[in-house]
Write a protein that binds this ligand. Sequence first.
Ligand code: 4NP
Length: 162
Amino acid sequence: MANPSRRIRILFVCLGNICRSPTAEVVFRAAAARAGLAHQVEIDSAGTSEWHVGNPPDYRATAHAARRGYDLRPLRARQVSAEDFARFDWIFAMDRSVLAELAALRPNGVAGHLGLFLDQAPDLGVSEVPDPYDGGPDGFEHVLDLIERGAEAFAAHLVARP
Ligand code: 4NP
């Protein structure tokens, strides 16, 4: 039987684990704390690629997040693994191509939720957090805007759960 006192484990996944998913990790950690869930959740992030493993988040993601009070500096990139599907209750992809890669990696028979993060915030009307890596500053602000909305919605969802 599942242990009801076990923390809910949540993993955010993007391509590089240096822009969107580390942003989601830190923004959702703050939203969960505001919702009174700080001790009930375990939050992590990963990338589908190995390109940036061991690196800190992109300096632009770090700078834009810092202007809103989020500290990305302690994070280091890692690549998602098959074991993550057994460990995490919720695995959230930042866009459809990441979701497709995760679906292909996912072992048979795992019970956790795999989906697009922004589907937790249907009012937004968009399902993907666009990759900001090759764009300008507006892209990083847009990533933060979307992720803040998704984080509020998902924290509210967890609070409302029976
Ligand atoms: P992320 O952004 O998936 O949000 O971390 C990217 C980071 C790096 C690359 C692409 C997207 N890259 O091509 O190295």
